[in-house]
Each structure stands twice: as structure tokens, then as C-alpha cells.
Design a protein around this ligand. Structure first.
Ligand SMILES: Nc1ncnc2c1ncn2[C@@H]1O[C@H](COP(=O)(O)OP(=O)(O)OP(=O)(O)O)[C@@H](O)[C@H]1O
Ligand code: NI
Length: 338
């Protein structure tokens, strides 16, 4: 039996704005098991980063807040922790890396010092030992000549090398969960592939879980055990990576897959894009949030929000097309009756 590490239940997070309280995530549920990579995929503005900031409770510092739901990590609700308690969890049990490695590094300290600082802070290592272990970590993340690199400053390294350093800093605390928000988006394609390889290798060696946020279905295909497709604040489809690619069910997922160049469901090499744009937060349409862009929209889609329908035991989709499909069960309604 897979062991749950992180279980998000009906999480709604948002921002107090002059237009009122706006929900950036709207009742999302998601589980990450031990040793698993779960990808959240979706267009810009779908609420992926807000989800990760809410888990880390960094959303509090971005002017946002958790409005409803729970974030269960080791039987404790992160949504109810104080910031002081969260400081003990952030960078220890949960580490996070972001898109732009340069902004995560301090320009005035050598990379060896920065990794050593993380080891001192999180693993109580003394100065000399911390510096030695920092060199080991630089080697572990695949940077050649680690002793020399340890003495260099961030500006002396390429973007890809800097992202390896950021990963080394994250690993210095031996996290159980690594949250990576678009960790390769700022890098060019070959370097991107190398960083993804590195994350995969580290995961299999260290056994950590990864929550990977990406707008790129190709990245998700390579990395994910499970994929959660997010649209306008909601997870509209979620399942194992093969299920999602072999049996995509939500029309939004199908659209995302068709926009991958060369994908077999794609339109003969011609790059397909989903027509229309994602609604800004606070301006959701009635009914299904995707219906204005959906090629299959029916009357019910314009008036009623679809619940999650189960397609197989662990593949769900929030689309009315799957209401009467054999094998699908309307779980949320059952839940409501119970
Ligand atoms: N501090 C904030 N105040 C108000 N609204 C915000 C704030 N941060 C994010 N939002 C809004 O929340 C929604 C979700 O944003 P989020 O950054 O999570 O999207 P994303 O899926 O990560 O997109 P991207 O791929 O561009 O990073 C967007 O509509 C965004 O404008
Ligand atoms: Ni984002």
C-alpha cells in the first residue's frame, strides 16, 4: 500500500483585493504518496503557483490566505500552523525550488558558503564539516570540479549550474517533499533535460517525493507518476500518467495534449491551441469553468458545475460528458448524500 505523504483536501486559497475576496484555487484535492512525483499542469494563471505557495504557507506573505480546506502532512494540517511552526517545516521536511535560480541565490556569498549555511541551519553541522559536505552536495548535483566551484560566486556559473546549486541547497535539509515550481522554464532545452534527469536521479537515490509544477505536458510526461490538470483554480482531471496520456477525458486535457508537437492525438504536426483564454480570478463563468472554451459544451455545462466523475479507480474528471459513462461514479454526490 502506498503511503500518503501530503494530502490536500478541498483547498481554497485566495486574495483580498479591492474587488473583494478572490479565489485562486477553488476546492482542490490532491494526494502525493511517498517517493512519488505528482505534476500539476495547466496554463498560465490556472493557480499552480498559488497551490504551492499555499502548501508552504508562503501565500501569507504574498497577500493571500487559505480560505477553506486542509493540507495534511504527517497528520498535521499545515493550514493551521503558525508561521514560526512553518519555518521549522520549510527547508526541513519540505523544500521548494523556483523558476529563476538567480533570485534564489545570494550574489555576495560563494555557492559553497550558501550550501554550507543550509547544512548549518538544518542539520546542525559545524563550519568545517558543513563546507566539506557542501562540496559533496555540489558533486551530487553533477557539477564538475566541485572543490573549485564551491569557492565561486553565483555570477560565475551558468543558469543551469545555478539551478543545480539551488537543488543542492534544497537537498541539504534532506527533505521528504520537494516542491519545484517550473524549475526548468528559465533554462534552454538541453539544460532543461539535464535538470529533469538530475531530479529523477536524486529522487530514486534519495526516495523523496516531488510535487512538480509545469505548464509543459511534455515535462509532465517524462517526470510524473500522477498528473493533476488544473484549470482556472480547479483540478479538472487527475490520474496516473499513462491513464492521462492514453485515456485523456477532460476536453481541456485533450486540448493540452493536442498542443504538444508530434503527439499522436495532435493535428498532423500543426500546432493546436485551445481557443479563447483562461478567465481571470473572480470572473468564472456559470456552470463548468471551461465551458466557454469547450468544443463539447452542452446545456448542463452552462448552468451546473460538474462534480468529479471516476473513470477508473484512481482517474477522475470533472466533466459532464462522463456522467453516464460506464464505470464512472458521481463521487461528490454520493459524498453529499452521506
Ligand atoms: N498576490 C496576488 N494577488 C492577487 N491575485 C493574485 C496574486 N498572485 C496570483 N494571483 C492570481 O491568482 C491566479 C493564479 O495565479 P498563479 O500564479 O497560481 O498561476 P500559475 O498557474 O502559477 O501561472 P503561471 O504558469 O503563469 O505561473 C492568477 O489569476 C493570478 O493573477
Ligand atoms: Ni506559476
Amino acid at each position: 500500500m502506498a503511503q500518503k505523504l501530503l494530502e490536500i483536501r478541498k483547498l481554497t486559497a485566495g486574495f483580498a483585493t479591492e474587488k473583494g475576496l478572490l479565489k485562486a484555487t477553488d476546492g482542490i484535492s490532491l494526494t502525493v504518496n511517498k517517493g512519488q512525483t505528482v505534476c500539476i499542469v495547466g496554463e498560465s494563471g490556472s493557480g499552480k503557483s498559488v497551490t504551492s505557495l499555499a502548501i508552504m504557507r508562503l501565500i501569507d506573505y504574498a497577500g493571500g490566505m487559505i480560505l477553506e480546506g486542509s493540507i495534511d502532512f504527517h497528520g498535521q494540517d499545515l493550514g493551521k500552523k503558525t508561521q514560526e511552526e512553518m519555518r521549522g517545516i520549510r527547508g526541513n521536511q519540505i523544500a521548494m525550488i523556483f523558476q529563476d535560480p538567480m533570485s534564489s541565490l545570494n550574489p555576495v556569498f560563494t555557492i559553497g558558503e550558501q550550501i554550507a549555511e543550509s547544512l548549518r541551519l538544518h542539520q546542525n553541522k559545524k563550519d568545517a564539516e558543513a563546507l566539506k559536505l557542501a562540496v559533496d552536495l555540489i558533486r551530487l548535483v553533477g557539477i564538475p570540479a566541485p572543490e573549485i566551484r564551491a569557492k565561486q560566486y553565483p555570477h560565475e556559473l551558468s543558469g543551469g549550474m545555478c539551478q543545480r546549486v539551488v537543488i543542492a541547497i534544497a537537498l541539504a535539509c534532506n527533505p521528504e517533499l520537494l516542491i519545484a515550481d517550473e524549475p526548468t522554464t528559465a533554462l534552454d532545452v538541453t539544460v532543461q533535460a539535464q535538470i529533469l534527469d538530475l531530479l529523477r536521479k536524486l529522487q530514486s537515490e534519495l526516495g523523496m517525493s516531488i510535487l512538480l509544477i509545469t505548464h509543459d505536458m511534455g515535462v509532465a510526461a517524462e517526470m510524473a507518476d500522477r498528473i493533476a490538470v488544473m484549470y482556472a483554480g480547479a483540478i479538472v482531471e487527475e490520474g496516473g500518467v499513462e491513464e492521462i496520456f492514453d485515456h485523456p477525458s477532460h476536453p481541456y486535457t485533450v486540448g493540452l495534449l493536442q498542443s504538444i508537437p508530434g503527439f499522436e492525438g495532435g493535428r498532423g504536426g500543426e500546432l493546436y491551441t485551445i481557443s479563447g483564454t483562461i478567465p481571470p480570478i473572480g470572473q468564472l463563468p456559470a456552470g463548468c469553468r471551461f465551458h466557454p472554451r469547450c468544443p463539447h459544451a452542452m446545456d448542463i455545462c452552462r448552468s451546473e458545475e460538474p462534480p468529479d466523475f471516476m473513470i477508473t479507480g484512481d482517474h477522475r474528471t470533472a466533466c459532464w460528458l462522463f456522467k453516464d459513462k460506464p464505470g464512472s461514479a458521481d463521487t461528490s454526490r454520493e459524498a453529499k448524500r452521506a
